[in-house]
Design a protein around this ligand. Structure first.
Ligand SMILES: Cc1cc2nc3c(=O)[nH]c(=O)nc-3n(C[C@H](O)[C@H](O)[C@H](O)COP(=O)(O)O)c2cc1C
Length: 220
């Protein structure tokens, strides 16, 4: 399976979220998946010039690191979006990349097959078999109620219920070596989720992690 990971954490490989993503990939049997660490790449914001629709269809006028990712998104069978929650949404680093996907869409407005929202742009390339997994950690004690904007965004981008999500509270626990015994238990669950994905793709759900349960009984 051609799997790519788009890592929107400014911490690159040192990201809490990437620990979950690596566990997922291990369960999936795709440990060699291609990572795009956006923090290490130059991804400038979309200029809004519409050159990718009008003058050079499918090609962005901004020449930078986003080109590789935009092209990889056309051929990937599984796209894993890995990022921390920033201000109840995706980090700017990742939003810049998402905006730069315009070359991969056609300019015409069309009804959405799932009737979600008020229209859409059909993909320029055949990505009908493409799957998406969203993996994110946040700082608050629970992901509950914190991911409304993220879900709203991915509902539009991938189709409502057409992606699987793993949203995890207290993400900073994953950078504490003294809590490793407990956080490893969670990573084992994420690895299992990767194994389930391997056997068949369950879409339309997301898992949330109550990080407090990972704390030792007598407080940290
Ligand atoms: C600028 C900034 C904004 C953040 N916004 C939120 C937020 O809205 N909600 C939340 O629960 N955590 C928030 N956090 C905490 C991060 O999501 C959390 O530390 C996460 O585990 C970091 O993941 P990473 O190591 O993969 O980058 C924020 C952190 C930063 C630096």
């Amino acid at each position: 399976m051609k799997t790519i990971v788009i890592n929107g954490s400014p911490k690159g490989e040192g990201s809490n979220t990437v620990k979950l993503t690596r566990a997922f990939l291990s369960g999936l049997g795709e440990a060699d998946a291609r990572f795009y660490h956006l923090a290490d790449m130059e991804v400038r914001p979309c200029r809004g010039c519409y050159a990718c629709w009008k003058t050079t269809p499918g090609e962005c006028a901004v020449r930078d690191g986003a080109k590789d990712v935009i092209e990889a998104l056309r051929g990937a069978e599984l796209v894993i979006w890995s990022f921390p929650l920033y201000y109840f949404s995706v980090p700017g680093l990742l939003k810049n990349l998402m905006d730069r996907q315009l070359p991969n869409l056609l300019p015409f407005m069309a009804e959405r097959p799932d009737a979600h929202g008020s229209g859409s742009h059909h993909p320029r390339y055949d990505v009908s078999g493409q799957r998406h997994v969203v993996i994110s950690t946040c700082g608050f004690y629970s992901p509950e109620g914190n991911y409304d904007s993220v879900c709203g965004l991915f509902d539009h981008m991938c189709g409502k219920g057409n992606y699987a999500g793993i949203f995890c509270g207290q993400g900073e626990l994953f950078s504490r070596p003294e809590l490793r015994r407990r956080t490893d238990e969670y990573l084992a669950l994420v690895e299992t989720a990767g194994g389930i994905q391997k056997r068949g793709f369950p879409v339309g759900g997301h898992a949330e992690f109550d990080g407090a349960a990972a704390l030792p009984e007598r407080g940290v």
